[in-house]
Design a protein around this ligand. Structure first.
Ligand SMILES: Nc1ncnc2c1ncn2[C@@H]1O[C@H](COP(=O)(O)OP(=O)(O)OP(=O)(O)O)[C@@H](O)[C@H]1O
Length: 261
């Protein structure tokens, strides 16, 4: 995986070139270039406000870039969003779901608007709901789901059309350990079958366990990228990350009043 000189070759699942997003005077993403090979499992990490979600949104046709380009499986996401969307599934940070439908109905609706055959959608939905531990919840309205259950049904919706690339923003946030393992198994299966996963996470132990590559973003730029081993240099990924980002001192000065009453 290259961080500054995207090859853009036929082996690339995702190619970012000079991807930039400015909000007024603030540059949230500052000219990111990256080439993600097909079949890789990539963790995107960075502290709060580093630019992970903004980058994910630009990759998935949710937020137009100020400059630069992104392509998925060779298709320019912003020049040809409809064709590009067939290639990827997305679990966004904030989910606008049709939550007055049951989980099964929501998946059916998602599948049908993607033009999938009804029987195929029903069959895939059942399987996904089962694997993600949502059998019991399938006939309940999504609005009544817990945060973790909502995330899992949104993940099922992202997987339904069998995309080549998955972009997942914090897929493990609010997910219990049992479901974490189920999701990990689904994602591993996707990669074993030749798919690509790009996900952001603050849980570096999960990134270390799952991913073959990691991208560290800071202040809207790629701070470093490579295989997990290259980035952690034999240490724990979390320690390597803290050293890289330079935030090891936990300064609690001025908080002596905490717990004093
Ligand atoms: N719509 C917006 N308008 C203005 N500024 C924004 C907007 N969206 C994001 N930002 C800013 O862009 C920067 C990057 O935000 P982003 O959400 O991409 O960070 P992040 O790495 O995903 O953070 P977190 O880990 O907290 O989710 C932040 O400074 C944020 O305040």
């Amino acid at each position: 995986m290259t961080g500054s000189t995207p090859s853009g070759g036929a082996d690339a699942a995702v190619v970012l070139e000079g991807l930039t997003k400015r909000f007024g005077d603030h540059t949230a993403v500052d000219g990111i270039s990256l080439s993600v090979p097909r079949g890789s499992f990539v963790g995107v990490v960075g502290r709060n406000g580093a630019g992970k979600t903004t980058t994910m949104k630009m990759c998935t046709a949710l937020l137009p870039p100020t400059a630069g380009s992104v392509s998925v499986m060779g298709i320019d996401v912003w020049a040809n969003p409809v064709a590009a969307k067939e290639q990827f599934g997305v679990l966004p940070e904030t989910m606008a779901l049709f939550d007055r439908l049951t989980g099964a109905e929501m998946l059916l609706y998602n599948g049908l608007i993607r033009g999938l055959d009804r029987d195929l959608v029903v069959q895939r939905s059942r399987r996904l709901l089962h694997v993600l531990g949502l059998d019991e919840a399938a006939d309940r309205m999504v609005v009544d789901y817990s945060h973790g259950m909502t995330k899992k049904v949104a993940l099922a919706a992202a997987l339904l059309h069998g995309p080549q690339v998955l972009f997942l923003d914090e897929p493990f946030e609010a997910i219990d350990p049992v479901s974490t393992r189920s999701i990990e198994a689904v994602l591993h299966r996707h990669v074993e079958d030749g798919g690509t996963v790009v996900f952001s996470s603050h849980v570096l132990d999960v990134v270390e366990r799952l991913c073959d590559h990691v991208v560290v973003i800071d202040l809207g730029r790629i701070r470093t990228t490579g295989t997990i081993e290259q980035v952690r240099h034999g240490a724990r990924l979390e320690d390597a990350f803290l050293e890289l980002i330079g935030e090891q001192d936990q300064n609690t000065e001025g908080l002596s009043w905490l717990g004093s009453s």
